[in-house]
Design a protein around this ligand. Sequence first.
Ligand code: T3D
Length: 259
Amino acid sequence: MPEFETVEVAAENGIGKLTLNRPDSLNAFNEKMTAEIQSVLKSFSSEKSIRCVAITGKGRAFSAGQDLKEVAPGKSFADSLKRRYNPMIRQITGMEKPVVALINGVAAGAGMSMALACDFRIMSPGAKLIQAFVKIGLVPDSGSSYFLPRLVGSSKAFELAALGSEISAEEAMRLGIVNRIFPDEEFAEESQKILDRFANGPTRAYSLIKKMMRHSATSSLEESLEYEAYMQEIAGRTEDAGEATKAFVEKRPPVYKGT
Ligand code: T3D
C-alpha cells in the first residue's frame, strides 16, 4: 500500500480501515483526499483477505464534506461530482463485502452521503449528521437524494435536505438512519466486535444481500421472488453455506472462509 497524505490505512484481521485524516478541516474532502480514497477503496475491493471495510474520521469529525476552502474559480460541480464523488459512492455500494461507517463526529454534506452509502452505520452519541448542502445554496449529492428518502421516507427526507438541520445520534436512530450508538468510552471496543463479526462471516452472502437490498428498491414482489431464487442458488453453492449446514448438524459454530 503506498503512502497517503490525507488518509490513514490499516489492514488487520480481515478488516480494512480507512481513516479520513485532515482533522484541522474536519476531514473535508479536497482533491487529494478524494483521489486517495478512491485508490484505497480500489485496493480494499480487490484484496481477498479483507472481508470487511470500516470508514471513520480522525479527530472530532467524520467528514465536513467538500473542502470549501479549496477554491477553483469557475469550477464545474458536475465534473467534481462525476470525477471525484460518484466513483467513491459506487465503490462503497459495489464493494463485495460489508462497509461500516464509524461516525465518530459530525458528518456533513458529502460526508453524510458517504456514511449513508455504507451498509452499516455506528454513531457516537455526540456525533451529528447534517445535509449541509442547502446551507450553501446547493442540493443533496453523492447519493443523498437516493439513500435518504429510502431510509426515512420522502417527507422527512425533504425536511432534512431542505432545512439542513442537525440530526442528533438519538434522532438518527429513531429515524432508522443508524444501526448502533455506542458510548464514547465503549465506541472502539463495541464497534470492533461488529467489524470482527462481519470479517469472520459469510462474505459472499453479505455481498449478495447488498445486491438484493439495492435490487428491491426498484422491483416488484414478483421480480423480488425471482431474484431471491436466483441469488439463493448462488449463495447455496458457496463453501460457507456448505460449512454452515455441516456445522449445524455437528452442533458446532461454523468457520467461514468468505468463499
Ligand atoms: O465539488 C463540489 O463542490 C461538489 C460537492 C459538494 C459536496 C458537499 O459536501 S457541499 C457541503 C460542504 N460542507 C459544508 O457546507 C459544511 C461546512 N462546515 C460546517 O458547516 C461546520 O464546520 C460544521 C457544522 C460541519 C461543524 O461546525 P463546528 O462549529 O463544529 O466547527 P467549525 O468551527 O465550523 O470548523 C472547524 C474547522 O474546520 C474550521 O477551520 P478553522 O477556522 O478553525 O481554521 C472550519 O473552517 C473547518 N471546516 C469545517 N468544514 C469545512 C472546513 N474547512 C473546509 N471545508 C469544510 N467543508
